[in-house]
Design a protein around this ligand. Structure first.
Ligand SMILES: Cc1cc2nc3c(=O)[nH]c(=O)nc-3n(C[C@H](O)[C@H](O)[C@H](O)COP(=O)(O)O)c2cc1C
Length: 342
């Protein structure tokens, strides 16, 4: 059992939530079966699809978490948006697509429906990313019997989460793959090692911490536990496993020597995220405006077409700095390797 009992698992490793395909029910089952703590990714899904996954993951019999996006309205500079839409239209021609040049600035990712689902049919753990909901939503989830974790990227976000009444924190360093959980997506991220962020957060608040970002092997796990995390979250290292639902293009790119680094970019969605540096980032990062969800919706059809065509030059290939250590094989092998010698 983990130190503070925040998460029920025999090993201090969390299969991090990864929306957009990678987090499957099979991956959650494999992580839980190996002794880690699994998450379902509720982001981008309708409440009904999430309910189906919860039903399936319950059959494994172990504890698990559900991750939700706390996104709402987010503005965008209209002129910059129009210029970016025109720039991307040239890319879209390749696929015979016409991008919609009207910005979508409201997208709550079905928060009310998913909250209602989790209140009527509670799960052991709910984790939140991209911000904090109303304190009364957190209180309602806790009353329903869930432990509530907020993802934070700074000590001040950790203080806000503590004030909002969460049970614990997921501390995400800037080495993490995928979107940053930052509450302020228009703020350029200040690079910080996950270990240092854990120390900052633990000095600022008195809450149990799960830490993630850049984990590339057992040494990194030990370092984060030593810094005071009760468990370590891994995303990128699970992406290439057989249970991961990442696309074959994404899995292959992670192992392709042609991709030589990861970078943080807002070119795909208007919100900073770390991925393999590819042609799309090189062509558009400098001109892309900040603004989620507007840029996310603008590029969505293009990314879907690129995914269908297996076009790694145009696709968002989310990856943390540890991507070179992402192996194929089973998720259980990854969990066992990460906890060797603990
Ligand atoms: C493909 C991908 C999708 C992700 N989607 C989510 C998500 O839906 N919700 C979330 O809280 N974090 C998401 N993350 C971040 C992870 O939960 C976690 O913080 C990160 O993977 C840890 O860093 P690492 O990738 O270096 O292991 C995602 C990460 C990746 C790589």
């Amino acid at each position: 059992m983990l130190r503070s009992g925040l998460l029920e698992a025999s090993l201090p490793v969390v299969g991090a939530p990864m929306a957009g395909g990678p987090s499957t029910v099979a991956l959650a089952g494999a992580v839980g079966g190996a002794g880690g703590f699994p998450f379902l990714a509720g982001g981008y899904k309708a409440a009904g699809a999430l309910a189906d996954e919860i039903g399936l993951v319950r059959r494994f019999g172990g504890a698990f978490g559900v991750n939700l996006f706390v996104s709402g309205s987010g503005g965008v500079d209209e002129a910059a948006f129009r210029a970016y839409a025109a720039e991307l239209q040239l890319e879209a021609e390749r696929y015979g697509l016409r991008l919609d040049p009207r910005p979508v600035v409201d997208d709550d990712d079905h928060w009310p429906e998913k909250l209602a689902l989790l209140l009527s049919d509670p799960v052991p753990v709910v984790s939140l990313t991209f911000g904090l909901p109303r304190a009364r939503d957190i209180a309602a989830l806790r009353r329903a019997g869930s432990r509530v974790l907020a993802t934070v990227t700074t000590a001040s976000e950790a203080r806000a989460a503590q004030e909002a009444g969460v049970d614990g924190l997921v501390v995400q360093g800037t080495a993490a793959g995928g979107h940053s959980a930052t509450y302020d997506p228009a703020r350029p991220l200040t690079p910080i090692a996950t270990r240092d962020l854990v120390l900052d957060v633990r000095a600022a608040v008195d809450l149990p911490v799960v830490a993630g970002g850049g984990v590339d092997g057992p040494e990194a796990v030990r370092e984060l536990l030593h810094a005071g995390a009760e468990a370590v979250a891994v995303g990128t290292l699970l992406l290439r496993t057989e249970e991961s639902g990442a696309s074959q293009t994404h899995k292959d790119a992670l192992a392709d020597p042609a991709f030589t680094q990861t970078v943080i970019t807002h070119a795909f969605t208007g919100r900073p995220a770390r991925g393999l540096r590819n042609g799309f980032i090189d062509r558009h990062d400098a001109s892309a405006p900040f603004g989620y969800p507007a840029i996310h919706h603008l590029t969505r059809a293009l990314r879907q077409a690129a995914a269908k065509a297996g076009d790694a030059d145009l696709l968002h290939l989310w990856a943390g700095t540890g991507y070179r250590s992402a192996r194929d094989g089973s998720a259980a092998q990854v969990i066992r390797h990460l906890t060797e010698g603990l």
